[in-house]
Design a protein. Structure first.
Length: 288
């Protein structure tokens, strides 16, 4: 994956073996049968969508998570057959394409559910949805008070299939106090019981982002969403410290950064003492 050229002044290199190591590391930490979904939204976190998807296919990712319909359709256009979960909102005009291309869709509003019902019946083609549950992040998601409506409507639809329920932690990365994450877990499990009691006992569940995968096996359920850490980055300093404390690991090399940014030096010069450098004169030299 390394392709530097003498014609470039700056470039990035992707380390294939580092990516392979990271996926293997996380595979070993989830139970057999747990789906390893890699999150490749935002141009694979700036690493380049195509090269990362190529590596993910090679090294055994089970499925993909993206934010937008456009990202999902790009993967399909490259011949990716694995499941793709679109986690962000899909415009009404794009829902038919989502059905045609057999995507998984996050479901969190009523209009989308009604349109999916109409489209899937017209095309006579099923569409799988993952119900996004609001547990305390207060972005996308449905509250417990709204849950009854969605479950009733899903029972009435024959081709909109409830495959999974999930949530997203608000504060599992940026702290060493994970009490709020466990509050969210309790809320999630309470809502899941209601869904299962309503006739979905085989429902898939997922809550784990990279930090949760690293720190809390009880969050893994049936699928984990591996984001920034597949690229060899810790979600935060707090996650790193929590992992070291939890596993009593000192000086460990657990994750390997995939991306290296390189450049060529344009000029080296000596500047006399007490001269200032650059716009705004923000730095003053003190010695030769």
């Amino acid at each position: 994956m390394n392709q530097p050229t003498t014609d470039w002044l700056t470039w990035i290199e992707l380390d294939e073996q580092a990516y392979a190591h990271n996926l293997s590391f996380f595979r070993e930490r989830i139970a057999p049968g747990t789906e390893l979904a890699v999150v490749v939204k935002a141009n694979a976190y700036g690493h380049g969508l195509r090269p990362i998807v190529t590596l993910a296919e090679k090294y055994g990712a089970d499925s993909y998570c993206v934010h937008s319909l456009e990202e999902a359709l790009t993967l399909r256009s490259w011949g990716i057959k694995k499941d793709i979960l679109v986690m962000g909102p899909v415009p009404s005009s794009g829902l038919e394409e989502a059905v045609v291309h057999n995507l998984r869709l996050a479901l969190f509003n009523r209009e989308t559910l009604e349109l999916l019902d109409q489209i899937s019946r017209r095309l006579q083609k099923p569409i799988r949805v993952h119900l996004k549950l609001e547990t305390g992040t207060y972005r996308l998601g449905i509250t417990q008070e709204e849950l009854a409506f969605f479950l009733e409507r899903l029972h009435q639809t024959t081709l909109v299939q409830l495959e999974a329920a999930y949530t997203h932690f608000a504060n599992i990365e940026d702290t060493t106090d994970h009490s709020y994450a466990f509050t969210q877990m309790a809320r999630f499990q309470q809502m899941v019981k209601l869904i299962q009691k309503a006739g979905y006992p085989q429902l898939k569940l997922h809550t784990a982002c990279s930090a949760a995968v690293l720190l809390f096996p009880e969050t893994h359920f049936h699928l984990v969403r591996l984001g920034v850490s597949q690229y060899g980055l810790w979600p935060s300093r707090e996650t790193y410290l929590s992992y070291k404390i939890k596993h009593n690991r000192q000086g460990m090399t657990v994750l390997r950064p995939v991306l290296t940014w390189k450049t060529k030096v344009g000029q080296i010069k000596s500047v006399p003492p007490k001269e200032t450098i650059g716009y705004g004169r923000t730095y003053q030299t003190s010695r030769l």
